[in-house]
Design a protein around this ligand. Structure first.
Ligand code: XIL
Length: 717
């Protein structure tokens, strides 16, 4: 979360002008090598200009939401109403989009007249079959040229527990009027046979909901297997996919697809939507209001669920030929816009989940996660989680037996902002990041039913304007900040200094003095080192490991011994989305630093109190503070360092003679080219400037640990 905020801050203040990534690639293009991307449409979707443009851009398959259902086209015996169905078919013909026929037979939206005679008594099964045959032949023949697949029968299997039939045997079929008339699954078999007679080329599907529920899944498998064994022409299984943000789990989806794939060669996800409440399936019962205010957690869980669905589907792309969203936008959804179920919002704008689905990382689909997880170096004594494996995957685990959901805010794949944990049988929640995390230290928090809490397994670190949890992914070069028992260590002490900038206050600073400081008489140069937005004076010495980095450098003779002073720099109210007010920062924090802290340090520690022996540097917002203060108050600090917080231009530095050294750095995943260009410009203008890019890291602490390691070797030399 902090990462995002900081990036936003930087983007707005330092890198203005960096264009947002274009949103041009469509879903159907992203999935071209996998399967068709479909959408269920209503009449408005294909007549309204903007909506039909969206349909054409994004989708390669269409299903009529209602217009081809039995009741829509065949309301009474001998009466056919084709207008709306024809409109969908014509739209597909005209635009070269494939059409899924939905549906030939269903107990809902059915031609109920088929079941009854003139006296409103149930007809014989022979009469019903004849009526079905006529219906199926007529509809299939009419759209033969454009429909490539039909949902022949919809929703025949019963939900939930076992139902015992009149014969005393387990009865998996729904108690529909079809079943009442026919007494077996013969009506389903007949429908497939009629459809195949009418069009030998169309793919014929059995379509159902709650299809990942293990009981229902197995009933579907048994029925379809038996039919196929008897030569009934079933080509595929349609998984409706009316899911919610709590499930089904990736494992259950995977198991269902695998089982279906063993029986049929074609799997379609026919009606995908993921609602934000807890209901599921096709029951047509839902609370349309629960989702009226969609929280960040709900969005994230929806993104995770969509990502899981598409991951499974991509893994089975050999059998999956189409994934269809049930409706174009939240506004069109049969669930109501408040259920927030689709990738396009009620204004037809793509949500973040759209990008999560589109911009997938194919490598993660089949990645094998090694089972060599070890407790993070940040774990509290005797705690086992979070853990990190040799590839950099992070695994979280927390006890929360009565929780409804748990999310860890680290471990985003692509556009996702966190890892959704899964309830375990013992009441704990566990989850592994979707992709390996970058090397180094990462902040995170847990959301347990929406309450933001620290993970009791790991230490807390100040960042994001609060104590957060931290996890450490071992870096290949971690030796430079390692705990070493073979060298002398310096001392980090807390000092309290009086400040009068905002009334009378005691302010805190941490002061690093090198090994041997206490014994000697020597005077030392001083680096004033600032943290980033939302951090405080503990951030550099604790997660930044500033003291250890200095100790190791000094012991190896790579850096001159010097003092490092780290104080709280959030004296200015930095507001995201507004330009960084350089003058205000120089005015407020500049006063604390230069008029209060520097004199305090010079009078309480053995310093060399002149410009050439004084440096200021900072990370992110601390870099911006460094920039503002060194420029506004030249002559105080001779050495200037900006770590992931912008750069200097030669033009803005008034007196070249007052600058002894400039260091500019950032992570490789930040803005390396512009940082190095700034350094080149400074050098060309005659400044003693150096740049550094931290390999493979972003706006995080490994970038800054490494930057300190590099910069410290150059200071005061
Ligand atoms: C729904 C439509 O979206 C609604 O507009 C209509 O009122 C009821 O049917 N399973 C199916 C779809 O197979 O046909 C249903 O569509 C949703 C559940």
């Amino acid at each position: 979360m902090k990462k995002i905020l900081l990036t936003a801050l930087c983007a707005l203040t330092v890198f203005a002008g960096a264009g947002a990534q274009g949103d041009s690639k469509s879903l159907k293009e992203a999935y071209r090598d996998y399967f068709l991307i479909g959408v269920a449409v209503n009449g408005r979707n294909i007549t309204d200009e903007a909506q039909s443009a969206l349909v054409k851009k994004e989708f390669s398959s269409i299903t009529a939401e209602n217009d081809m259902k039995p009741a829509s086209v065949h309301p009474a015996e001998g009466k056919w109403t084709w207008e709306r169905a024809d409109r969908v078919a014509d739209f597909c013909r005209k635009n070269g989009i494939k059409l899924r026929g939905h549906c030939l037979m269903w107990h809902n939206q059915m031609c109920d007249w088929m079941f009854y005679d003139e006296d409103h008594k149930l007809v014989s099964k022979e009469v019903l079959y004849e009526r079905m045959r006529e219906h199926i032949h007529t509809v299939v023949n009419r759209y033969k040229d454009v429909v490539y697949a039909w949902d022949v029968f919809n929703e025949c299997i019963a939900d939930g527990g076992r139902r015992i039939g009149a014969d005393g045997k387990d009865q998996p079929l729904r108690e529909s009027t079809f079943y009442k008339i026919c007494g077996s699954d013969e009506f389903i078999r007949k429908a497939f046979i009629f459809a195949r007679e009418a069009d030998p080329n169309a793919l014929l599907f059995y379509n159902d909901y709650n299809e990942c529920d293990p009981v229902k899944r197995d009933r579907i498998c048994e029925m379809i297997s038996a039919m196929k064994a008897d030569g009934v022409p079933v080509d595929g299984i349609g998984m409706q996919g009316h899911y919610n943000i709590y499930g089904p789990s990736e494992e259950d989806i995977e198991a269902a697809v695998s089982k279906y794939a063993a029986i049929v060669d074609h799997i379609h996800m026919t009606e995908l939507d993921i609602r934000v409440n807890q209901e599921m399936g096709g029951q047509l019962r839902f609370n349309r209001n629960e989702g009226a205010r969609i929280s960040g957690d709900q969005k994230l869980m929806q993104e995770a669920e969509y990502a899981a669905v598409f991951r499974v589907m991509r893994r089975h792309a050999d059998k999956v030929d189409c994934v269809t969203f049930w409706n174009l936008s939240d506004r069109d959804s049969w669930l109501g816009a408040d259920n927030y179920p689709l990738p396009f919002d009620k204004d037809y704008k793509p949500k973040n989940v759209y990008r999560v689905i589109r911009d997938f990382n194919a490598a993660a689909d089949t990645a094998v996660i090694k089972d060599d997880f070890k407790p993070s170096a940040t774990c509290q004594p005797r705690q086992q989680y979070p853990q990190v494996n040799s590839q950099g995957y992070v695994r979280f685990r927390v006890q929360a037996p009565a929780a409804r959901y748990v999310i860890a805010s680290a471990g985003h794949g692509g556009h996702m902002g966190g890892t959704v944990l899964k309830r375990q049988e013992d009441g704990s929640w566990m989850g592994t990041t979707l992709e390996p995390e970058d090397e180094g230290f990462h902040y995170y928090t847990l959301s347990i039913d929406g309450a933001q809490v620290v993970d009791p397994g790991t230490n807390s670190y100040y960042g994001g304007a609060r104590w957060m949890s931290g996890v450490e992914v071992p870096a290949q070069d971690e030796a430079f900040y390692a705990d070493r028992t073979d060298i002398e260590h310096g001392n980090v002490q807390k000092v309290l200094f009086p400040s009068h900038v905002n009334g009378n206050q005691l302010r805190t600073a941490y002061v690093y003095t090198p090994a041997g400081y206490e014994k000697g008489k020597k005077r030392y140069p001083v680096l004033y080192l600032q943290h980033g937005w939302g951090e405080n004076e503990t951030s550099w010495p604790v997660q930044g490991k500033a003291g250890l980095i200095m100790d190791n450098l000094i012991a190896e003779g790579k850096a001159l011994p010097f003092i490092v002073v780290m104080t709280y720099g959030m004296t200015n109210d930095v507001v995201f989305g507004r330009p960084f007010d350089r003058n205000q920062v120089a005015e407020d924090f500049g006063k604390v630093l230069i008029d209060e802290l520097v004199p305090y340090i010079d009078s309480h520690f053995r310093t060399v109190a002149d410009r050439k022996h004084r440096a200021m540097a900072g990370l992110s917002m601390g870099g911006m503070e460094t920039h503002a203060i060194t420029l506004a108050r030249p002559g105080v600090f001779g050495h200037w360092g900006i770590l992931s917080g912008g750069m200097y231009t030669p033009e803005e530095i008034k007196d070249k003679k007052l600058v002894d050294y400039i260091f500019i750095s950032c992570g490789e995943k930040e803005y390396p080219d512009r940082a190095l260009k700034a350094v080149a410009d400074l050098k060309a203008a005659g400044f003693n400037a150096e740049g550094y890019v931290s390999e493979g890291t972003a706006h995080e602490f490994l970038t800054w640990r490494r930057s300190l390691y590099q910069m410290a070797q150059k200071l005061f030399k």
